[in-house]
Write a protein that binds this ligand. Structure first.
Ligand code: FPP
Ligand code: MG
Length: 419
């Protein structure tokens, strides 16, 4: 054990040193991590497990776009087609998961411990721990901890550890996220998630729904223990947003003109609010004033919107195997996401299909085909990239540190992810 811990510390030290070295060499560039640091090898394997792929890879075969190797904000985008990087891949890249190794690792285990200590019902314990298996991307804790450390550095100009309260927010965020997925799986009648049978397949719906509530109640206790009214309000907003986002998704009879605004509001509420209010909360706990807290919020909002746009895109282009959950699922659920809404401009015959939620025989297949024939996928990707560029711009307002750079690199992950 001691040896593993030492390795982790070494990996962090090596990365910090390397970072300093390289930042000094070129202030504006993020580098790919050289693969032969003996201490980092294990972590690089784990990084794949989190589902993010290296920069510069194609999002999917059907898209001819690749992401910029360096910060998107350093490039100009004149069209939805991304240019190939002008420069070769750099030697070293900052990896947030390596940077945050210990921060992220504690999250899942601590949540499992809390779940266990809160109940004497073995089945509730088992169901509640089912998705806390270390297989998720842990995006929310990762972004939350990066923001916490970046803000702390921005305010105090040193590399102090995050506050315990900031770590708690990362846990709370992951718990709210997982509780919402459990409810969502019941609503969507999912078959599998993260490459295994979804929770609703293995246990009855009443028990599963109550388990979601149980996880939320443990998260509520954690929120109360923060003893910070302002942060409590911010975190509570996530819950009202999640429920309203899900409600908005259930009914979509809005007119053509209102449709995109409805979709974006729904997307904010269902996905971006959780990330935005997480990054805002850690900033507030770190002592950020109103404008700095707002910066943290807007950063999370933009990353969250981009994340969901890419999710909606992957639903059309990725395989179920890669995603660990069924694809082309949105159309089957009657949902018109960004790729379809963009495709409508070229193929108005999609409008009546959207209105009837793709319920007639052949609707799903035809809509799928039209999306691929249109520019809907590229336009969705372009919009996601726009949000990432804005998130990067905001992160660049923070004092330079490995964690601030991490907030920038996250955007490459969000855009390049394969699942
Ligand atoms: C996944 O969506 C679901 C969400 C992001 C949020 C679901 C929210 C609720 C069910 C409201 C209740 C909230 C709480 C906190 C109990 P998706 O179906 O598009 O994604 P998927 O493909 O991963 O299932
Ligand atoms: Mg679902």
């Amino acid at each position: 054990m001691a040896c593993i811990s030492l390795n982790r510390v070494c990996a962090r030290v090596v990365q910090d040193k390397l970072y300093q070295l390289l930042v000094n060499k070129n202030q504006n560039t993020i580098y790919r991590q050289t693969r032969n640091f003996n201490n980092a090898t294990i972590n690089l394997t784990k990084r794949n497990q989190f589902g993010f792929n290296s920069i510069g890879r194609n999002l999917a075969g059907s898209l001819q776009t690749t992401l910029p190797l360096l910060h998107p904000c350093t490039r100009e985008y004149s069209s939805v087609h991304t240019q190939q990087p002008a420069k070769p891949v750099r030697e070293v890249e900052l990896d947030p998961y390596i940077l945050l190794d210990d921060d992220i690792k504690y999250v899942t285990q601590d949540i499992r411990d809390l779940i266990e200590s809160g109940t004497n019902q073995p089945e509730l314990d088992t169901i509640a721990k089912y998705y806390f298996d270390g297989q998720g991307k842990a995006l929310r804790p990762m972004v939350g901890m990066l923001m916490a450390r970046a803000i702390n550095h921005h305010i105090h100009k040193d590399m102090r550890d995050p506050l315990e309260s900031q770590r708690r927010v990362a846990m709370i965020s992951e718990m709210i996220h997982t509780a919402s997925l459990i409810h969502d799986d019941v609503i969507d009648q999912s078959n599998f998630r993260r490459g295994k049978p979804s929770v609703n397949v293995l246990w009855n719906h009443r028990k599963v729904t109550m388990t979601g509530d149980y996880i939320l109640s443990i998260a509520s206790i954690l929120i109360a223990r923060l003893k910070n009214d302002d942060v409590t309000i911010v975190l509570s907003e996530i819950l009202t947003d999640l429920v309203q986002g899900e409600f908005m998704q259930l009914g979509s009879k809005e007119s053509e003109n209102e449709r995109f605004a409805h979709y974006l509001t729904k997307t904010y509420r269902k996905t971006a609010s959780l990330i935005a209010n997480t990054t805002k909360s850690v900033a507030m706990l770190g002592g950020a004033d109103e404008s700095l807290s707002e910066l943290a919020f807007q950063y999370g909002r933009n990353v969250g919107l981009a994340f969901q746009l890419v999710d909606d895109l992957l639903d059309f282009v990725s395989s179920a195997e890669a995603m660990g959950k069924p694809t082309a699922a949105d159309l089957k659920l009657g949902l018109a996401t960004a790729p379809v809404l963009f495709a409508c401009e070229k193929f108005p015959e999609l409008n009546p299909m959207i209105m009837r939620r793709f319920e007639e025989p052949g609707d799903v297949e035809r809509a799928f085909e039209l999306v691929h024939k249109s520019q809907g996928l590229e336009q969705t990707r372009f919009l996601a990239r726009k949000h990432c560029i804005e998130a990067i711009r905001l992160a660049q307002e923070l004092t330079e540190s490995p964690y601030q750079k991490g907030l920038i690199v996250v955007n490459d992950y969000v855009l390049n992810r394969m699942k």
